[in-house]
Write a protein that binds this ligand. Structure first.
Ligand SMILES: [Zn+2]
Ligand SMILES: [Zn+2]
Length: 181
C-alpha cells in the first residue's frame, strides 16, 4: 500500500486497514490490522499508528512454535523532497533528521513501514519460555518434555572453547605424568 502525500488533507487522515505482511522467516498468523494517522505540515509528513497481529515464531532452543501477540505503536516522520537534485545534495542531515525517512517520489510505502515495525518488535532469538531447556545435542530429546538418557553433556556453546582448553590441559598433565613415571 502506498500513501500519496498530496492526497493527505490539511486536517489529516485516519485510516484502518488490513495488510498481509511477509518477513522472510517470520510468519504472521493473520493479516496485520493497521490504524494509520497521517498529517502534513509543509514538507513534513507525520505518520502514527498501531499494528496488531500475531507472529508465528520458532523457539530458538527447542524449535517449538511460539505465537507472539503483536501490538505495536509507532511514530515516523518523512521529509518530502520536491526541489531540484542539487538542492537535495546540499541538504545536510542534522542529527534530528537521521530518524526521519525521505520521500522522493511523493509517495510513502506503508508496507515498508509496517514490515520494519514488525521486525523491530519480533525478538531475534524467540523463546517458548525463559526457562526453555532446549533439545539435547546428543539424542535430540526435547528436554522440556522428558529427560534424556544418552548422557551427552550439555555444553553451553559459549563455554565450548573453555571445555576444549580443559581437555587439552588434562592431556598435557597426563603426558607429564607418564613422562615422570
Ligand atoms: Zn523452547
Ligand atoms: Zn540426549
Amino acid at each position: 500500500m502506498r500513501l500519496t502525500v498530496s492526497s493527505i488533507p490539511e486536517t489529516g487522515i485516519e485510516e484502518e486497514f488490513k495488510l498481509p505482511v511477509t518477513l522472510g522467516e517470520v510468519k504472521l498468523e493473520k493479516d496485520a490490522g493497521v490504524t494509520l494517522k497521517a498529517s502534513r505540515l509543509g514538507d513534513r509528513v507525520f505518520l502514527s499508528g498501531r499494528i496488531r497481529s500475531e507472529a508465528s515464531l520458532e523457539c530458538c532452543r527447542c524449535l517449538k512454535n511460539v505465537l507472539l501477540p503483536l501490538d505495536i505503536n509507532f511514530d515516523v516522520e518523512y521529509v518530502l523532497f520536491t526541489g531540484a537534485g542539487a538542492e537535495e545534495e546540499e541538504h545536510e542531515l542534522t542529527s534530528e533528521e537521521l530518524d526521519v525517512g525521505f520521500c522522493r517520489d511523493g509517495e510513502i510505502n506503508i508496507d515498508d513501514i509496517v514490515r520494519e515495525q514488525v521486525l523491530l518488535a519480533v525478538p531475534m532469538k524467540p523463546l517458548c519460555g525463559a526457562d526453555c531447556k532446549g533439545i539435547c545435542s546428543g539424542c535430540g530429546t526435547n528436554l522440556n518434555v522428558g529427560s534424556c538418557e544418552c548422557g551427552a553433556e550439555e555444553i553451553d556453546p559459549r563455554l565450548a572453547p573453555l571445555e576444549k582448553l580443559k581437555k587439552l590441559l588434562m592431556n598435557e598433565n597426563r603426558k607429564e605424568r607418564s613422562k615422570n613415571a
